[in-house]
Ligand binder design. Sequence first.
Ligand code: SPD
Length: 364
Amino acid sequence: MRLMQSVVLVAAGLACAAAALAADRELNVYNWSDYIGETTISDFEAETGIKVRYDVFDSNDILETKLLAGQSGYDVVVPSGNFLARQIQAGAFQALDKSKLQNFDNLSPEIMADVAQAWDPDNSHGIVYMWGTTGIGYNVEKIAERMPDAPVDSLRMLFDPEIVSRFADCGIHVLDAADEVFPAALAYIGEKPDSKDPDVLRKAEPVLMAMRPHIAKFHSSEYINALANGDICLAFGWSGDVFQASDRAVEADNGVEVSYTIPEEGALMWMDMMAIPVDAPNPEAAHLFIDYIMRPKVIAEATNYVYYANANPSSDSMIEPEIREDPAIYPTPEVMQKLYINTPYGRSEQRLINRIWTRVKTGQ
Ligand code: SPD
């Protein structure tokens, strides 16, 4: 009997050890959709023997809800800088162990200094994954048919009711991202895009309400295929996603031409940051993965696939020239002048924004 008990205990112990070992060889990544190289994950798995569970989201709000509830089960997540900043404050992340990030020095010191100033003091919790702008994606032919002199590089395309109404019949999508649409509406009326003044924030509501009747959908990822297939003609969306739409249309050889512009009134420049949740099951593998992503070849392949800029200048020579030299992807200093960043809203400003945004989306 005693021998039997010992055998059972040993077997249970072995099962636990095996489970722990398996967990050690697993990594849970939560990233934006359409935002990774074609073989990035499989290459990492082949090199390290670590199995990756890779899930995707298309909204900072969704990621934040999971993170702040705790026990998300993720080892690496990728919030944008403004969300990272308040999630650091909320204690959602563990400090990075830089001794495990040998490739940290590949990152642009200028960009990391900007990140430290805006969102992550000392760069202690986040590593830039990729970055881009929020602007205007459009179907060249359908827009020209409806308005030959359409101001395609202006926010008037969305916020001037006379203009946006002309495109309602061919379909318009707008990001479901209040933290990006509010600043754009404020930039349009000449206010500071990142204003936190409630009186200024309230001025966005009539601008957004005037656009509302002409919008088919507020959604943050469907517009890629919708633009590519010619199902919509205008989107307020993310730079690389619009370029992917253009690429998909070319691949499909369907005669759809998609283009992207940075509005002359200004555009949001955002950065998405890799970070490790405080309760990550496998922080060791998380550091390995983040370090892997910072390799010049790995991040260059990702940039070449998804058309988003990265913060790793040592990857530049491996980036397709048509991408590296496109000022809508890697903005020139002149274009940079037009870009702004956003910082987190405080609790009461966020409540105000949420209330207005719900009214805008429901049209009430
Ligand atoms: N399809 C990938 C899109 C990545 C967009 N991140 C944008 C965050 C802007 N705050």
